[in-house]
Design a protein around this ligand. Structure first.
Ligand code: SF4
Length: 654
């Protein structure tokens, strides 16, 4: 292995290639640990505080070691940043002759087959004129584009409903039976990924396609020497999603639509089929209607109390069985009909497994209710064993990194959730603290006199306590709430308070535009207050003056009535362990660290973190929480906060 130290030195290749590069001891140490992990095909869980430079710390050893590397990120933003900026920089600095591929999920590539179907069956003629125009554009694009990546056709909005009809899903892709297989964009992108030295994916794609070995990708993981997960704190959530099973009524309606299209082309003479499709469609819609309300997650037991639900589910299964039988009789007439028959059988099987007590052993069964759809989910109670099995097989190195994985350097929660705490895949864990001077750059403020967060007036008290701090900071704040309801209430209250006090700080509310657009406005305004919930807790980088205050309403404990969480808590407690200390608290700490991490993004940032929740002080576990945060100076005194901002303004010459 070439000498890692020289690459990171203050006169090394990175320093020459990256403007403003500073050699950091933490970065070098982390790179050395990763190099060692790669050389010995080991497992490393690495927490790297903000500013450590973890991206270069894993890219340099990964590129130097050679062999095939998969890098998986939590977000598409980081995926693009790695592919477009960081990897080219390191590759050029190291003069490493490696090939790189960016692989996205299927839904990002135009599918020739479904595009052709959509054009042929004239479905778009029922849609708006705009959609007809979009369809023509996509058709033209598919004819000239090399990649078929929908991001290359910005004239058609990313969220246009039409994209669903002209892209594929794992279920409706015909694979090697497809007449367009040779010119297929998805297959081409996968071929390139197989040939490249470095493949950049995201966690969803990793679990959905790489681990589950979707067509064209079955060779990717076996051929790979190193897997690096960045933003690895998101993995337990993503893995739970993909190691579980779900069937939604909207998937059933999509299936109905596809069968209709295939029947029109390949089985027009079979009059009974449209009736069977309509009956299944009606049964799916009726199932949704058995539950009132929307945007809810309900455990199986609660859903089953609703008498109508069980019978509607039976009716749906009967309709699906009837439809599957008809499709079986027509399956030989076309690849499309055959595929629809298989999908119908798979979805029927999924629903039957969901309903069957014996099949659901080790899984939490629950229902998510959306405004027009309903999803039946079976989520594993624990992903540890399943994930651990995936790590076995041919020897390779696994690196899990993020700014937030531990509770004050203790990784036992993360390791046990991911199955990395024992056995042949037991990880080595290490922590590299941020190089920033938190004691001088940041202040943690916990106001006095707050009621318990469960009290009715709590949000009013939060806003009242935050108002003088917002005045002192001159806006320039993120107001992060743990629930959408609190977020709305904070918004209402701040509007009133700002009007009353004649404060002219612009207020931005999550949902008023895309996240990137809102952040751009926030940066430009320079004195805005952005009120957000989960979307702004992580992956947001606002450097400098525009963000000088982060207010957090409550400690971010996940709602205990969530069906998956409550089943996991019950399981841990039944085993005689303490679910609060082992599971809920570490999760809240990791979340809080993410939210708090928005504040100080570089060596010159200064700011106040205000956590309104009194439990940080009054509860015995509170100490564990604030000790997990970066070592900021702490205060409960508003005057100290005002002085902090006055000093910052004087230094900045405001
Ligand atoms: S192989 Fe699948 S994704 Fe490719 S064109 Fe055919 S159906 Fe579409």
């Amino acid at each position: 292995m070439p000498d890692i130290d020289s690459f990171f030195s203050s006169d090394g290749p990175l320093a020459r290639a990256v403007p403003g590069y500073t050699a950091r001891a933490q970065q070098l140490e982390m790179a050395q640990a990763i190099a060692g992990t790669i050389a010995s095909n080991a497992v490393l869980v690495a927490e790297a505080g903000t500013g450590t430079g973890k991206t270069f710390a894993y890219l340099v050893p990964a590129l130097l070691a050679g062999g095939k590397v998969i890098i998986s990120t939590g977000t598409k933003t980081l995926q693009d940043q790695l592919f477009n900026r960081d990897i080219p920089t390191v590759r050029a600095a190291l003069k490493a002759p490696v090939t790189v591929a960016l692989l996205k999920g299927r839904a990002n590539y135009v599918c020739h087959y479904h595009l052709e179907r959509t054009v042929q069956d004239g479905r778009a003629s029922f849609a708006s004129r705009e959609e007809v125009k979009y369809l023509k554009m996509i058709e033209r694009y598919a004819g000239v584009s090399k990649s078929g990546d929908k991001s290359g056709l910005s004239e058609v909005p990313e969220n246009a409903a039409l994209w669903q009809q002209v892209t594929s899903t794992r279920e409706n892709c015909l694979g090697s039976d497809c007449p367009h297989h040779k010119s297929c964009f998805v297959m081409e992108a996968r071929k390139q990924a197989l040939a490249a030295d470095i493949v950049v994916v995201n966690h969803h794609l990793f679990f959905a396609d790489v681990m589950l070995r979707d067509e064209g990708l079955s060779e990717l993981l076996p051929a790979c020497n190193t897997v690096i997960f960045d933003e690895a704190h998101q993995l337990p959530e993503t893995a739970s999603l993909f190691f579980g099973e779900s069937v939604s009524t909207s998937q059933l309606l999509d299936l109905a639509r596809d069968i209709q299209a295939e029947a029109l082309l390949g089985a027009k003479d079979f009059a009974a089929l449209p009736l069977a499709i309509a009956a299944m469609e009606k049964a799916a819609r009726d199932l949704r209607l058995t539950i009132e309300g929307e945007n809810m997650r309900m455990p199986l037991a609660a859903v089953m109390k609703n008498a109508g639900f069980g019978s509607a589910l039976d009716e749906l299964l009967a309709r699906l069985d009837a439809l599957a039988a008809m499709l079986e009789s027509q399956a030989e007439r076309s690849e499309g009909l055959e595929n629809c028959w298989q999908r119908t059988r798979e979805m029927t099987g999924g629903i039957k497994r969901w309903r069957d007590e014996a099949e659901a052993e080790g899984f939490v069964r629950w229902v998510e209710v959306f405004s027009h759809a309903l999803q039946l989910n079976a989520t594993p109670l624990s992903i540890a064993e399943i994930f651990n099995k995936q790590l076995s097989g041919s020897p390779r190195a696994w690196v899990f990194t993020s700014a937030t994985l531990s509770v004050k350097g203790d990784f036992s929660h993360y390791n046990s959730e991911m199955g990395l705490n024992a056995g042949p895949n037991a990880s080595r864990s290490a922590c590299w603290d941020s190089p920033f001077d938190f004691a001088n750059q940041a202040l943690l403020y916990v106001p006095t006199g707050m009621s318990e967060p469960s009290s009715r007036e709590y949000t009013e008290e939060v806003v009242k306590a935050a108002l003088p701090v917002l005045k002192a900071s001159g806006g320039r704040a993120f107001f992060l709430c743990t629930s959408l309801r609190a977020m709305q209430r904070v918004h209402e209250l701040l509007l009133i308070a700002f009007a009353r006090e004649e404060l002219e700080f612009p207020i931005l509310l999550q949902g008023q535009g895309s996240r990137s657009h809102m952040l751009e406005r926030f940066r430009k305004m320079g004195n805005a207050v952005l009120i957000g919930s989960q979307s702004f807790w992580e992956g947001v980088d606002v450097r400098g003056e525009a963000l000088s205050l982060v207010v957090i309403d409550k400690l971010p404990f996940a709602p205990p009535d969530d069906p998956v969480l409550s089943a996991r808590i019950e399981k841990i407690n039944k085993e005689g362990r303490n679910a609060f200390m082992e599971y809920q608290l570490p999760r809240a700490v990791i979340n809080l660290k993410q939210g708090a991490g928005r504040l100080i993004r570089d060596e010159t940032d200064r700011g106040v973190l205000m956590i309104c929740d009194p439990r940080l002080i009054t509860k015995s576990y509170g100490k564990k929480i604030w000790r997990s945060l970066p070592p900021m100076k702490r205060t409960r005194n508003l005057t100290e906060v005002e002085e902090f901002f006055a000093r910052s303004d004087a230094t900045a010459g405001v």
